[in-house]
Design a protein around this ligand. Structure first.
Ligand SMILES: [Fe+2]
Ligand SMILES: [Fe+2]
Length: 223
């Protein structure tokens, strides 16, 4: 596959999962925003598309072919992978980050009151969206896919895609509020750990949503 500025971000991530390291490095959304050409995604983040292509090529070099490919794995294996790698850790991580965000706001309210208040409220929105979202995937959609009835799941898939979109926008907002997770000089350890945890949450959600939107759902629906 030839990668250049015209290639869609989501296609690059599907064909070469290792490219998502570069996307994560630059905060490029390849799951919900995956439908746009790379050049456009770079422009909206003020990045030089040629340099990003070069970095992707570098990542591909020694690893090409060794990465896990979910494009042709059996669908029940892909569902099991999503549950184990993303859903289970998220259920522990979401309350942990909430406690940290509350603590940082409580202790440092005097330093950055507006930013920390908005951060907590956007974060709580993400958490309140994701918990029932995963429940619906686990109780309704994934069992249909595992029974081989994914082709009947147009409705649930459309709802899941919309919910992914909402979470994707909220993650973007968190990145803006935190100035790309730049740690303020006066930040305490909990504050630092919160920034690190939120950046890791974003990285893992981008991978998670990408696998659902661009690999699992199209395959289950038989697109
Ligand atoms: Fe999920
Ligand atoms: Fe999902």
């Amino acid at each position: 596959m030839n990668i250049d500025g015209a290639t869609q971000v989501g296609r690059i991530a599907t064909e070469h999962p290792i490219s998502t390291r570069v996307f994560a490095r630059y905060g490029i959304d390849y799951c919900c925003g995956g439908g746009v050409p790379l050049a456009e995604a770079c422009e909206s983040r003020g990045l030089d598309a040629e340099r990003v292509v070069e970095e992707i090529q570098r990542e591909l070099g020694p690893h090409a072919g060794a990465e896990e490919r979910w494009g042709d794995a059996p669908l029940p294996d892909l569902v099991a992978h999503i549950l184990l790698t993303y859903h289970q850790p998220l259920k522990e991580e979401l309350p942990r980050l909430e406690a940290m965000a509350r603590k940082v706001l409580q202790v440092h309210q005097d330093k950055e009151p507006e930013m920390l208040t908005e951060l907590l409220s956007v974060y709580l929105g993400i958490k309140a969206d994701l918990e029932p979202h995963m429940e619906k995937e686990e109780q309704i959609l994934f069992p249909m896919i595992q029974r081989g009835q994914g082709f009947l799941a147009d409705g649930p898939v459309a709802v899941m895609r919309e919910e992914h979109e909402v979470v994707g926008l909220a993650l973007k907002r968190l990145r803006e509020i935190t100035n790309d997770y730049e740690v303020p000089p006066r930040a305490c350890n909990t504050w630092r750990a919160l920034w690190h945890g939120l950046a890791a949450l974003e990285e893992s959600l981008h991978e998670h949503i990408h696998l659902e939107n661009n690999v699992l759902f199209p395959r289950a629906l038989g697109d």
